[in-house]
Ligand binder design. Structure first.
Ligand code: PLP
Length: 462
């Protein structure tokens, strides 16, 4: 490994010059960032040489595990051949072409076309413009409204953050943009009250139909959703939810955009969450696992019908300098080959996913855990002071979750919190022994959190 400055020097320069995403800078400057210098498989090493188990695959993206040398070789070779070339002016290049063909082969249904971006946010910005332009091309320019969900995450640009349903993001920078409506999320544990999960799932799906009637079917362009809400807290919808949503989408003249940025590329045990939940998207947003995070690349997978209508209507006046970047595309293609040749996705579906499911569900015996759920290799724990009532803590939401996150970090496990839900999404390559280690560390973090809550009186229910 290459040499690096000392931890104190790194932290001082980081605090002086580096503004971090979604971070309280003053609080971070107080304690200093943990500086990561090395990755290998499911492991990260910090600048003091401590090894951490990466339960989050970086940021839901490192599906094949950290630092596979094959991808480094592919990137180096592509940089020597053609480090950059654009795809705007009637030009193309082999990596963008080969990756597009591969994605068309893998994507479900008739999603045979890709529009490239460098991130999930950009891809969702593309989707906003694309669906509105599509309807305009079809002579229905008034079909503009996109229906999304509360607590959805679709990215952080002006467009994609508007599309999302994160209240804290809308509170800054005068968001959302017009033309976006929102319905409730299928979060039974938190919002299901006395309903069964089945009834609640159906009720939340019917909000889509109500919204379509309220807005007017002639004004609705599309519905967008993640198969499983990721950044919202790994919210796995009740079984009744998606069939009902699918029926509503089919009954009305609107497009279904499935945001697969997290659920794509094996996370749920199939290539795409759309296959796991039997969805028929017109557009799929992809990023993250597309390159396992080795290079920034994303895109929109687009149906034959939409590509045809838009393709016959002259220029689509949209694109990014790095759309289909040759190095990113070459690395993404090599990543897909690894997922395929190493059978990583059937392994998630048939072996390591169920193994994580069984061991993770064991955490429900812990006094702090109201519910432990998994879908493939994404998992959540709902923390509660009162399991029977599924009660929230009396403290502000997220106070307990943050304590637990800090205890996990102190025990060298990267586990995130969203409010008072603890979440993980480890690399698809994780072994049984590593899952056992992850569970041991999570359990220790829960025990230490429980002790802190009892000492400080935070165990009280709201
Ligand atoms: C991360 C994420 C995005 C945004 O992707 P970026 O690459 O961070 O812009 C969009 N949608 C979902 C579901 C995500 O998890």
């Amino acid at each position: 490994m290459r040499a690096h400055p000392s931890t104190t020097d790194l932290q001082a320069q980081d605090a002086a010059h580096h503004m971090h995403p979604f971070t309280d800078e003053a609080a971070l400057a107080q304690k200093g960032a943990r500086v990561i210098v090395k990755g290998e498989g499911v492991w990260l090493t910090d600048s003091d040489g401590r090894r951490m188990l990466d339960g989050m695959s970086g940021l839901w993206c490192v599906n094949i595990g950290h630092c596979r040398a094959e991808l480094a070789e592919v990137a180096a070779a592509q940089m020597r051949d053609l480090a950059f070339s654009n795809t705007f002016f009637q030009t193309s290049h082999p990596p963008a072409i080969a990756l597009a063909a591969k994605l068309a082969e893998l994507a479900p249904g008739n999603l045979n076309h890709v529009f490239y971006s460098s991130s999930g946010s950009e891809a969702n910005d593309t989707n906003i413009r694309l669906v509105r332009h599509y309807w305009a091309c079809r002579g229905k320019p008034q079909k503009q409204v996109i229906i999304s969900r509360k607590n959805a995450y679709h990215g952080s640009t002006v467009g994609s953050a508007s599309l999302g349903g994160m209240a804290a993001m809308h509170a800054q920078g005068a968001l959302p943009i017009p033309g976006i409506a929102r319905i409730g999320q299928p979060h039974w544990y938190r919002e299901g009250g006395n309903m069964t999960p089945e009834d609640f799932g159906k009720a939340r799906a019917r909000e889509l139909e109500e919204a379509i009637h309220r807005i007017g079917p002639d004004s609705v362009a599309a519905f967008i959703a993640e198969p499983v809400q990721g950044a919202g807290g790994v919210i796995i919808p009740p079984d009744s939810y998606w069939p009902e949503i699918t029926a509503i989408c089919e009954a009305h003249d609107l497009l279904l955009i499935v945001d697969e940025v997290i659920t794509g590329f094996g996370r749920t045990g199939n290539w795409f969450g759309s296959q796991t939940f039997d969805l028929k998207p017109d557009i799929m947003t992809i990023a993250k696992g597309l390159s396992s995070g080795y290079m920034p690349i994303g895109g929109s997978m687009i149906s034959d019908e939409i590509a045809d209508v838009v393709g016959q209507a002259g220029d689509f006046a949209h694109g990014y300098t790095y759309s289909g970047h040759p190095v990113a595309a070459a690395v993404a293609l090599a990543n897909l080959e690894i997922l395929e040749t190493e059978n990583l996705i059937p392994r998630v579906r048939n072996h390591i996913g169920p193994y994580l499911g069984r061991t993770w569900e064991g955490l429900e015996d812990h006094p702090l855990v109201g519910r432990a759920e998994t879908c493939g290799l994404m998992a959540a724990l709902a923390l509660t002071p009162d399991k029977a009532r599924r009660a929230a803590f009396a403290a502000d939401e997220g106070v307990v979750g943050e304590i637990c996150r800090d205890r996990a970090f102190a025990n060298d496990l990267v586990m995130r919190h969203v409010g008072d839900r603890m979440i993980i999404a480890p690399p698809l390559t994780i072994t049984e022994e590593e899952v056992d280690e992850l569970i041991r560390r999570a359990c220790k973090a829960l025990d230490e959190t429980h002790a802190i809550l009892r000492q400080t009186g935070l165990m009280a229910a709201a």
